[in-house]
Design a protein around this ligand. Structure first.
Ligand code: AMP
Length: 398
């Protein structure tokens, strides 16, 4: 990763600082239901305020597609923002133009102002230079604290970094350092644990991991595709039979690169996809025609546990089974708690994220002891796929 500036490297006292956050948080009945992303950026906002900056917040919210849609106003996050900060954040009904300018002019040093949804303007997603300029007129410095939006080259997530002095916020800094520690400069052996429903959504990710890690543990529905490609009859399991050739290619590439692939050798199977339905543990070669593999079995977990035990770094994406319906969360929970425990005692660096991973690790009660659990979703997956994120690249441009 190229070097990037942080809040320690730029002069912000008395400056108007445009801070890109990801306030695209889940909302139900007019209230924020999960403020994790807001909470992770509090340190950035406090640091800026303590240094006397005038802190101006930018974010997208939903997909208004360039139209002013009242139900996608960022006003809805103000109470959660005020609570997380323990301060009152002002609000301007537009993110550019006279209204925004007047609100910024009225902002006292150390004060906070949230500007309306950047996606109310078509220029945001187009990264239109005129829109970038209109935003840039409101600030002296740009801070990006929204890793989760960094896979998009939009005006507020990328364009601004080219026209104002730019730095990473504290949450962005922490995430980039954790990711670098996991895949760019990791302590080996590195074990990747990859689960989830389908191989088709994870081809690029597996391709990149083959270049970077020592072992790949494959679980979840996607393991069925690999087992089927090896001639195992997976019965009624979720399986992408049309990807058998791809799965064989991945296994051959792993062999050539000396990357160990660990597939389940036993499984917990059931006839129905529902909680507490009748289930049994079988060898993967004995799955009945009407049975579905819904979790890895105990013998597989012993193998996985051995790999985790000998690892110095674990990268995790995707559950090992249908974790939403007990008891098929057992495999995910057991492995996650082991990773968490070894991380807690300093034996492991563990980084996880993407898709349902956060929910699966929360369900296991393992999140707090991982080194880093990313809430970035799509951006985390693109990073796992080895793609360069434009919002990050722009920060390290000079
Ligand atoms: P993903 O978003 O690709 O990480 O997939 C997560 C989803 O995969 C979760 O909803 C799990 O219930 C599902 N899943 C994991 N293992 C299996 C399995 N063996 N059969 C069916 N679905 C599974």
């Amino acid at each position: 990763m190229a070097a990037f500036k942080t809040l320690d490297d730029i002069d912000i006292a008395n400056k108007r600082v445009l801070v890109r956050l990801d306030l695209n948080v889940p909302v139900q009945d007019g209230a924020v239901t999960d403020a994790t992303r807001i909470e992770r950026s509090v340190k950035t906002l406090e640091d800026l305020s303590e240094k006397g900056a005038r802190v101006i917040l930018l974010s997208h919210f939903g997909r208004p597609k360039g139209e002013r849609k009242p139900d996608l106003s960022l006003r809805v996050v103000l109470p959660a923002l005020n609570e997380a900060l323990g301060a009152t954040v002002g609000f301007a009904d537009d993110c550019i133009g006279d209204q925004a300018r007047q609100a910024v002019d009225a902002l006292a040093p150390s004060g906070f102002l949230l500007l309306e949804n950047t996606r109310f303007h078509t220029g945001e997603e187009k990264n239109d230079p005129a829109f970038v300029k209109a935003l840039a007129e409101l600030g002296d410095v740009y801070v990006n604290d929204a890793f989760s939006a960094a896979h998009r080259a939009h005006a507020s997530s990328e364009g601004l970094a080219h026209v104002l002095p730019a730095a990473a916020g504290r949450a962005m800094e922490k995430e980039l350092k954790a990711l670098a520690q996991a895949l760019e400069d990791p302590e080996r052996p590195v074990v990747a644990i990859v689960g989830g429903a389908k191989v088709s959504t994870k081809l690029d990710l597996l391709g990149n991991l083959l270049e970077k890690v020592d072992y790949i543990v494959i679980g979840g529905g996607m393991a069925n595709t690999f087992l089927a490609a090896k001639g195992v009859n997976v019965g009624a399991s979720l399986c992408e039979h049309d990807l058998a050739d791809k799965a064989r290619e991945i296994m051959a590439a792993a062999d050539a690169k000396n990357v160990g692939i660990i597939l389940p050798n036993d499984a917990v199977v059931a006839r129905e996809f529902k909680a507490m339905t009748d289930s049994e543990t079988v060898d993967v070669n004995n799955v009945g025609a009407d049975q579905m593999i819904l979790d890895v079995g105990p013998s597989t977990l012993v193998t996985i546990s051995g790999r985790i035990e000998s690892a110095n770094t674990v990268v995790w994406n995707g559950p090992l089974g249908a974790f939403e319906i007990p008891p098929f969360d057992t495999g995910t929970n057991t492995a996650a708690l082991q990773v968490a425990m070894l991380t807690k005692i300093g034996e492991l660096v563990s980084v996880a994220g993407g898709g349902d991973t956060v929910a699966a690790l929360n369900n296991a009660g393992a999140t707090k002891d991982f080194s880093y659990v990313s809430t970035a979703g799509g951006a985390f997956l693109e990073w796992l796929e080895g793609k360069e994120l434009p919002g990050v690249k722009a920060l390290s441009a000079d």
